[in-house]
Design a protein around this ligand. Structure first.
Ligand code: Q9C
Ligand code: ZN
Length: 284
C-alpha cells in the first residue's frame, strides 16, 4: 500500500454553494481510513522558496495579502497558510515517490489551473508542478511524465512546464469547457480534447495509445494530477466515466512500475470518496 498525505485543516475554508467544498477532504479522509489507508500529515512544510521555484514573487505576495481577484477562487481568510499546507502534501508525496513509495496527496485547494502569476478555477498554487520542480531540483536530469486526468485542461501546469527540459505533460479534458484552452498539442505539452458525453471505455481507448507514446519518452517518474470530475455524476462537467474507470486508470499508471505520486485536483460529486478509493486500489 502507498502513502496518503492529508491535513484536515484544508477542510477549514469554503463558501456556501461552492462545489470545491470541505466534504471533499473530510469524507474522503474517513473513507480511505475505513479502506485501510493511514492518512498522515506531511512532515515537509512548504516555504516561500518552494513556491518561487515556478510562481512569480508578485503572485506569492498576492496570495499572502489576499489581493488577487477571481470570482471562482476567492480570497478566504488564512488562504495563504491553507494553500501552503496543500502544497506540502504534494511535496511530501513527490519525495515519497522518489524514495520508491507510490503516494497520494489528499488536500485542497487543487492546483492545476494556477499559473505563474494567477489564481484560477479554485486553484491558488500549482501543487503538482511545484512537486515536479522540487524533484528535478534535487535530481537534475530526472525525467518526469505528468498525466492530468481532471476533466478540465491543466492550463496552469501547461504554462509552468511549457518548454521545460525532461518534462512531458499529457492532459485529457472535455472540450469545450473551462478554461477553454487545450485544443492543440504544443511542444512538450500534449493535449487531448474530448467530446461531451464520452464514457469510460471511450476515455480509456483514447488514453491507452497516447500513454504508450508518453512511456516511449522513458520517464523516470510519473506525476499525476488526479481530478475526478470526469465522473458521470459530476455536477460541473459532462463526461461519463464510472467508478471502474478510475480504478483502471490507477492500474495502468501502476503497471509501469515507475515511481509515482498523485495529487487531488477536481471532483465534486458526492461519490468523490469512492472514486479516490477506487483509483488508489489501482494506483498503489
Ligand atoms: N465561472 C478544478 O476542477 N468553472 N477546477 C467556471 C464559470 C470553473 C474547476 C465557471 C471550474 C474550475 C480544479
Ligand atoms: Zn477539474
Amino acid at each position: 500500500m502507498g502513502r496518503v498525505y492529508s491535513d484536515l485543516k484544508t477542510a477549514e475554508y469554503g463558501a456556501s454553494g461552492h462545489p470545491e467544498a470541505p466534504f471533499r477532504v473530510l469524507r474522503t479522509f474517513e473513507r480511505l481510513k475505513a479502506a485501510g489507508h493511514a492518512p498522515e500529515r506531511p512532515k515537509v512544510k512548504a516555504a516561500d522558496a518552494d513556491v518561487l521555484l515556478l510562481h512569480g514573487a508578485k503572485h506569492l505576495a498576492s496570495i499572502k495579502n489576499g489581493s488577487f481577484e477571481d470570482a471562482d477562487t476567492p480570497a478566504h481568510r488564512g488562504m495563504d497558510e491553507i494553500a501552503l499546507i496543500s502544497l506540502s502534501g504534494a511535496l511530501a508525496a513527490a519525495d515519497a515517490a522518489l524514495a520508491g513509495e507510490p503516494s497520494f496527496s489528499l488536500m485542497r485547494p487543487p492546483g492545476h489551473h494556477a499559473g505563474k502569476d494567477k489564481v484560477s478555477g479554485f486553484c491558488y498554487l500549482n501543487n503538482l508542478a511545484l512537486g515536479v520542480a522540487r524533484l528535478q531540483k534535487a535530481k537534475p536530469g530526472l525525467k518526469v511524465a505528468i498525466v492530468d486526468f481532471d476533466v478540465h485542461h491543466g492550463d496552469g501546469t501547461q504554462e509552468l512546464v511549457l518548454g521545460r527540459e525532461n518534462t512531458t505533460f499529457l492532459s485529457l479534458h472535455q472540450y469545450p469547457l473551462f478554461p477553454g484552452t487545450g485544443l492543440d498539442t504544443r511542444a512538450n505539452c500534449w493535449n487531448i480534447p474530448l467530446e461531451v458525453g464520452l464514457d469510460g471505455d471511450g476515455w480509456l481507448q483514447t488514453f491507452e495509445p497516447v500513454f504508450g507514446l508518453l512511456l516511449d519518452t522513458k520517464p523516470d517518474l510519473l506525476a499525476v494530477s488526479a481530478g475526478f470530475d470526469a465522473y458521470k455524476e459530476d455536477p460541473i462537467a459532462g463526461l461519463k466515466l464510472d467508478r471502474a474507470t478510475f480504478k483502471r486508470i490507477g492500474a495502468m499508471l501502476a503497471q509501469t512500475k515507475l515511481p509515482r505520486f498523485a495529487a487531488l485536483e477536481g471532483g465534486y460529486s458526492e461519490d468523490l470518496p469512492l472514486l479516490v478509493e477506487d483509483f488508489l486500489e489501482g494506483f498503489f
